[in-house]
Write a protein that binds this ligand. Sequence first.
Ligand code: HEM
Length: 358
Amino acid sequence: MKIEKFYNWVNDRLDLSGISNFADKKVVPVHKYHFWYGIGGITLFLYIIQVLTGILLLLYYRPTAENAFESVEFIMTSVRFGWLIRSIHSWGANLMIFFLFIHMFSTYFMKAYRKPRELTWISGAFLLILALAFGFSGYLLPWNKLAFFATKVGTEMAAVIPVIGHDVLIFLRGGEEVTGATLTRFFGFHVALLPLITALFLVIHIILIQAQGMSVPPSLSEEYEKKPKSMKFFPDFMLRDAVGWLLVLGLLGILAAIFPWELGEKADPYASAPQGIKPEWFFVFLFQTLKYIPGKILSFSGESLAIFAIAIAVVLWIFIPFLDRKGQKNLHSRTFTVIGIILVLYIIALTAISYFFD
Ligand code: HEM
């Protein structure tokens, strides 16, 4: 009763009929793959958790080379539930990127990038790049040994970009070396610039999804048109989504409580790099690819050529909706399914080789 009263109070002032009509009419197609429609929502849920736990960490974190490590140590040992908040933030970041990859590949295999959803795909691809940038910048913030050297190696890659490489390296590091200036910069990217740009792309992504509704995969569309079946978004689909969110929250709680995120040793710029330095798992397949490239290909640097090839592959991936010509007629295109399968196998194989055989 009280909720109804509150609704009427707001409605008298803001006229919510547009929103309630939309919620009333919105439906989600039901078919054998509709389970995958929940993954984007889980990613969104994890992003919200990152923002909330990130704000809490900001209450104690200090972004300087002299204080960063000690401030995180203080959060872990002296702030009440600080260790839990930090662990949730770190595990949450990894789970978010994991679900992001699943969401991207599930929409890819369901060919949801096709007309009219080209911009939904492109805005999503930018969200993935932003999430990776969040991961890369956040990794350095505790200012520990592993993160310090991983950042050194990671930013060095920028230097191989032809012509502007050195300037990009200076921009990222705030100088020639990884120092406190790099930390302050990464902090700015992580807590201000990236959240702002991500919010913009998220709004675009979500408005597009609301405007277009969920797609039906082309392999099922004929069957679906004969016998359409759908579910009301509100409350039926929302409640299903809520179950998925609760399960992920449970998983996150278990991981954070049983395996608190480690801090390691404070970074020492003068120490030698530890053995077997690796980037975070979501960059490992790229890192491993670069290891197999010979130093020189013809008279060019192998590393520069490989980074150039990876950049082209990323651009092609972003523009996939325009490359899949069968998308215009909504026909099933086996070639693009095979490309996706090869890519997934490649990512899994190289990551596994790096962790288990290298
Ligand atoms: C922070 C990152 C992201 C969030 C929070 C997010 C969120 C969502 C949500 C809630 C949906 C609707 C439900 C669903 O299909 O799962 C969706 C749909 C979609 N997303 Fe994302 N997404 C993100 C990143 C991406 C990425 C990386 C891509 C691909 C490159 C992508 C492509 C799409 C497409 C094509 C749809 C439409 C699906 C359809 O109509 O069947 N998204 N997204």
